[in-house]
Design a binder for this molecule. Structure first.
Ligand code: SAM
Length: 279
């Protein structure tokens, strides 16, 4: 564990709106009004948000392409006693946005890191998806190339928690088709479009239904979050028990016999068991 230095500045990680400008919190405004440096993904974009605060001279660009040299520069500012605010174009920094390297470096150097919370598209989408939220996984953006994307989806097929994906608008049709292919068309899901904006739209249905409604009822415009129900095809306890039984047997006897006996003991069909144990 790293202690926090008594001297030196503070790094604030400040969430900004994902659309509706009224979602900027009074605390975020106050922090942005007082910090010595505002490290922003796109300074022009943030300048608009901060129009009521005189921020011009304090803005510097911080994005994935200049992160490497910005981190030492910002650490030097913190060491000089300056306070630094990190913001991204929209929502919460570090969530599918740059910043974790700066947070890590600030912590390692002993500077205080203070999160200033606000909107995050993943959480906003989850709130309106009507899917279980007691446990969920945030998958961010899927790989762009078809092969790695499908591999990722295959690995998630048996995920029992609700899944949250970010996706660029032009890839929405292909990604929904891939989700149908990987999880089956009957899986329940939600498409959350333009959250907190004028054309906000949250559409729920099966993956097949959502795919069929694209480009008609669901315009391919704006920003999207895809929320997908977790797999409910087997009770988790059954799978855990089957894994335990199979592991015990496979340690003693050949895999084929272990599978056959596990099927007999647990009552799960051999084919289903094979599929479940493979994932
Ligand atoms: N850091 C941001 C956050 O806290 O949500 C996310 C940044 S990530 C680069 C951008 C992605 O977030 C978009 O492609 C989209 O999937 C999602 N997103 C951001 N704003 C959104 C909105 N208003 N409605 C729906 N999705 C949004």
């Amino acid at each position: 564990m790293t202690g926090t230095r008594a001297e030196g500045g503070t790094l604030y990680v400040v969430a900004t709106p994902i659309g509706n400008l009224d979602d900027v919190s009074p605390r975020a405004r106050a922090v942005l009004a007082k910090t010595d440096v505002i490290a922003a993904e796109d300074t022009r974009h943030t300048r608009g948000l901060l129009s009521s605060i005189s921020a011009e001279s304090r803005l510097i660009a911080y994005h994935e392409h200049n992160e490497e040299h910005r981190v030492p520069e910002l650490l030097a500012r913190l060491a000089a006693g300056d306070s630094v605010a990190l913001v991204s174009d929209a929502g919460t920094p570090l969530i599918s946005d740059p910043g974790w390297r700066l947070v890590r470096a600030a912590q390692d150097a002993g500077f205080a890191v203070v999160p200033v919370p606000g909107a995050c598209a993943a959480i906003v989408a989850l709130c309106a998806a009507g899917l279980p939220t007691d446990r969920f996984v945030f998958e961010g953006f899927l790989p762009r190339r078809e092969g790695p994307r499908d591999e990722r989806l295959a690995a998630l097929k048996r995920e029992r928690r609700t899944l949250v994906f970010y996706e660029a608008v032009h890839r929405i049709p292909a990604t929904l088709a891939a989700l149908v292919g990987a999880f089956g068309g009957e899986r329940r899901a939600a498409l959350a479009r333009e959250l907190t904006k004028i054309h906000e739209q949250i559409v729920v249905g099966t993956l097949t239904e959502l795919h069929a409604r694209l480009d008609g009822e669901i315009p391919l415009l704006g920003e999207f979050v895809i929320v997908v129900a977790g797999d409910t095809s087997e009770a988790p306890a059954d799978l855990a028990e089957a894994q335990r039984v199979y592991a015990l047997l496979a340690a003693e006897i050949d895999p084929g016999t272990a599978l056959k006996l596990t099927a007999a003991i647990t009552g799960i069909a051999r084919n289903d068991l094979y599929r479940l144990l493979r994932t």
